[in-house]
Design a protein around this ligand. Sequence first.
Ligand SMILES: [Zn+2]
Length: 395
Amino acid sequence: MSQSLNSEALLGRLIAYDTTSTTSNLELIDFIRNYLEDYSVASQLVYSDDRSRANLYATIGPDDIGGIMLSGHTDVVPTAGQDWHSDPYQIKSDNNAFYGRGACDMKGFVACVLAGVPQMVETKLATPVHLAFSYDEETGCVGVKKLIEAMQGFEVKPKIGLIGEPTDMAMVLGHKGKAAFSVEVIGSSCHSAYITSGVNAVEYAADLIAFIRKMNNEVQQRQLVDDAYTVPHSTFHVGNISGGTALNIVPKQCQFEFEIRNLPQDHLDQLIHEIKHYAADVLLPDMRQRFEGSEIAFSPIASYPGLSTDSNSRVIAYTQSINPVNRFGDNVSFGTEAGLFDQHLGINSVVCGPGSIDQAHKPDEYVSRQQMQYCDQMIENLVKQCHKAFEFDDS
Ligand SMILES: [Zn+2]
């Protein structure tokens, strides 16, 4: 067995693997797998389709009952174009903080969890601890969906989840959901002097975009408002558009991308349906009157559900009992895997981890020593709590 490593040493090891989203994370996963093996903890990997990336799942303690899941993503955002003052893939420490890509988002949390493994193994746990480390979170929670599919077949599933995204160790109970689409509008081209013989794809795309914009304005007025969010309502946004070739040609093609970021209380499916309904039942019949081959096609880019954890739920009581900071945070605008775990597996989840989202995705990303200490403390408290059998059921 290797000499046990503290969270600082482990953070250094994790940062040294460049696990930029969509590139392989297998070396880092191998490192974690071997590390766990040193403590006789078996883990299973759930791969991406091309097997270049993997999720890792492991259980420490009894395997016939559900326990607490500690979840983190292993991927990081790119450093390209960022002005770093040190090598982003080599940890730099000073008196206050640890610097490196992923320090706060979210290798700091993963390091603290791994540092707690020897203690988890030594302690006779009555409540199991499950480790869930994913890939490609930053590109829209892509990797964890494979893990969730696999977990749906597990006989024993975690009861509650702690998702260690950077919240300054505050307990966060809610975040918005998101759905992003690419839309392709196909009409038919002709000389612009004879526009009545063509179907102008750019203009129909503009109609659809105007409808999306109108929905954004309506939602502010008629839908729910939740002041726990900086932008207190669901939002709609079109981010890019391209189409047409020349001014004297009626364009036959136009493509744009839009996203919806919904309050968990707003039904995302319903909002998407309204947009698709307008395209299919209002715009398309009009286009097809002149050109039968007209088309409006929606391709999903990414989606994840929002999170809205009941403040009376067990996961809150549990997290409070182990969290040295014991502070609730505002709902956050960024998405996490918590909504997916909650919606697809019924794992009641809370977001709580070291470091601040203000430092995430930026040059000279860091996590403070104090935040890491708090997180180490939380894991230590968790092990003590899991020594006892925990009553998870709310009923
Ligand atoms: Zn993150």
